[in-house]
Design a protein around this ligand. Structure first.
Ligand SMILES: [Zn+2]
Ligand SMILES: [Zn+2]
Length: 273
């Protein structure tokens, strides 16, 4: 990572505090300093869906310890502590119970499951009409935006990962098919101060596109959305901080000249240009 990385706060990186990630927080903090990032927003998976791989793994005290170690290892770095709550419209109370009594800078909400279907996997689309599932994904995202106490909506459109893995030729553009639903989603987010994350992990996958897509990002902006974060969804090698520069370009092309990080629950802007 060179050049443009110096302007960016990567607001979505996983460490060994998530069971599906490989790099310790202290190591990642050191890597962020050498990459010249402006800052790093850690997230730990906080899941309760009975079939999720990460369910039951969150340790608030363990996360405290590794965050402390990261701060010691990279004393000058801006390090922020967050969580990624899966299906917050279903599990918000339990998540808050798990977080009680501790300080977090931000709460990210993520939709991975529609009922018993994991939309990140090909199996999530088995024997179903993809358009029906995607419509449900957006409908449930609306419920999250209207009801959940989150600061950031993560990787909106990550169902593309499962659809691409399933080998389906379906081309689905939410901005064309469901403008009304997207309108409801973004109105609720804008109204409640929830940021839209631009997640660059899809750029390294078969679908080769950000979550959300540039078309959806433009819809958000047209409706008045200004609160955006940028995140790589780093889980390990060889994709540490992958796609951030491209992500910043996607934001700029959609008309955003700044992105945000969250510190102690408050959005703070920083310039992208
Ligand atoms: Zn996620
Ligand atoms: Zn994540």
């Amino acid at each position: 990572m060179t050049g443009i990385a110096g302007r960016i706060v990567d607001m979505h990186v996983h460490t060994t505090d998530s069971p599906d990630a490989e790099i310790e927080a202290a190591e990642l903090a050191a890597r962020a300093v050498s990459a010249g990032l402006r800052g790093l927003g850690f997230v730990a998976h906080l899941d309760f869906h009975p079939a999720d791989f990460c369910t039951g793994a969150f340790s608030a005290s363990g996360y405290d310890d590794s965050f402390g170690q990261a701060c010691s290892r990279a004393p000058g770095a801006m390090l922020l502590k967050g969580v990624e709550i899966g299906e917050p419209h279903l599990f918000m109370d339990r998540a808050e119970e798990a977080m009680a009594g501790r300080r977090y800078d931000f709460v990210t909400g993520a939709l991975h499951w529609i009922g018993d279907r994991l939309l990140l996997d090909a199996s999530g689309f088995d024997g179903s009409n993809p358009e029906d599932l995607v419509e449900r994904y957006i409908q449930e995202s609306v419920v999250i935006a209207e009801t959940s106490r989150i600061d950031i909506l993560a990787h909106f459109g990550i169902w593309r990962r499962g659809l691409a893995r399933s080998g389906s030729p379906a081309e689905i553009d939410e901005a064309v098919l469901w403008p009304g639903l997207l309108g409801r989603l973004f109105e609720a987010m804008i109204d409640r101060g929830i940021a839209l994350e631009l997640n660059t992990a899809g750029l390294r996958r078969r679908e080769a596109v950000t979550y959300p897509t540039p078309a959806v990002l433009s819809t958000y902006r047209r409706l008045g959305g200004r609160l955006v974060t940028l995140g790589s969804d780093t889980h390990g090698e060889p994709h540490v901080f992958f796609g951030l520069s491209r992500g910043a370009e996607v934001l700029a092309a959609a008309g955003f000249d700044r992105a945000f990080f969250f510190r102690e629950g408050e959005p703070v802007p920083y310039p992208l240009g």
